[in-house]
Design a protein around this ligand. Sequence first.
Ligand SMILES: Cc1ncc(COP(=O)(O)O)c(C=O)c1O
Length: 386
Amino acid sequence: MNDFDYLGEKTVYVDAACQSLRPKPVVEALTRYYFEHNSCGERVKYPWGEKTDALVEGTRKKVLKLLKLKAKDYFVAFTLNTTYGINLLLNEIKPELVKKVVTSEIEHNSPFLATMALAKRLGVPRVVLERLDTGALDYREGDFQKAVVVVNCASNFDGRQMKNIAQVVKQVHKEGGIIIIDAAQAMAHYHELLEKTEADAICFSAHKMYAPSLGVIVARRDLVPKLNQTFIGGGMVDDVTMDGYELSALGNKEHVHTIFEPGLQAWGEIVALGEAIDWLGARTKADKQRLEDCTRELDEFLRGKEKVKMVGWEANPTMSFYVEGLDSHLLGAALGKEGIMARTGYFCAHFYLDKVCKYSPLMRFSLSYATRESDIERIKEVMSRI
Ligand SMILES: Cc1ncc(COP(=O)(O)O)c(C=O)c1O
């Protein structure tokens, strides 16, 4: 069964790095929530609520299982998106723990700007490290002394991955720092990169991994004492007096996630993320091979054109390029008219693509398990014509 058969034959969606298309079972899980057990999670005692609770708890467990992390060390909380998760953490880390802020040059604006704001607010230096072409973070001994480090483990313009993530995490901890991984681009196709890494927190967006719009923070339990609480309200307290309260997260380890979940959550989306994780886990060798083949085919086609200049050096489902003498925005609009939906611009990585590499605006194709061989043929045919 094709879980994306709602797509028209000539509709080519290659913007998965922004948000993936949602497979039908995921959408069905969301509608099941609305039609069959629409209820608030973790508060209500009637049967619909019990069903929601079980499924929400299931999603938290599935996230940890996917990353091979243990519930005794980590917990899972839900937010709006990656950007919100990173900002929330940076705003809550106790200022006295931060002597420096470190990020890298290829970051999405989400960590790039949030680290800038943190350094300004605390009056501490901010260091922007380089990334090798392979994606590895280029660091030296001492770079992470008492630093808060925020780096991605996969890029959103050419998919390069931080393959030295395990060493980076170890080094940050050795130097007394805190590391937050931006895993927005890693969860759909490279979550193995994160398995068992001991990062203090991992932030990602469910909407980039075949699930509905939702943010996720996976955090170490021992990070909690290093945080102040900025957002507080419903669903977070065990007791309230005239001018005081007891946060459940601090007193009950089963409730620790509430520290990042003020108020009512996106219960349906959380339930559907659980379905998306199951769906991802059910991808067959043939599905993975098709994505690999489509990637190679399109990469070879683009690299084979004299005027096409690729950003990355390696074939990756997320590929950015420009065509000499052709405005990418015009190209994007022309492709759009032919039903090919792809992105143009700097993809929120302005600093690296615009200021470091000095590219003019780029074109990006980002493929996924929804990509069909016929999509690649169509892109090749239309691009050749243009
Ligand atoms: C690497 C990376 N980090 C962060 C983000 C921000 O994600 P969101 O807009 O879901 O917060 C994106 C979005 O494309 C991304 O690709």
